[in-house]
Design a protein around this ligand. Structure first.
Ligand SMILES: [Zn+2]
Length: 84
């Protein structure tokens, strides 16, 4: 868990949401698959107001099947199709 604000380094952090331990995943797991968990808690810095996660997450454990190019290009294609 972080002890300092990521922006101003203040130690004046207040918990605002605690969802407990949550699985590292963005998809449905197979029945036999073991998915690691991590604490998902939001803190707000009373000094600068930044809302931030209390823990750092390991990016290699996160399952992400989102194709980020589709997030950028699909709205553009939709806008082009609406004009024609
Ligand atoms: Zn701060």
């Amino acid at each position: 868990m972080i002890r300092y604000c990521r922006i101003c380094r203040s130690q004046d952090l207040r918990e605002i949401i605690n969802l407990g331990n949550m699985h590292y995943t963005g998809k449905f797991k197979h029945q036999e698959e073991v998915v690691p968990q991590a604490l998902l808690k939001l803190l707000v810095c009373e000094n600068c107001g930044l809302t931030q996660l209390s823990n750092n997450f390991s990016l290699d454990k996160i399952s992400c099947t989102v194709n980020f190019s589709s997030i950028i290009f699909l709205p553009i294609l939709w806008a082009i199709s609406m004009e024609s």
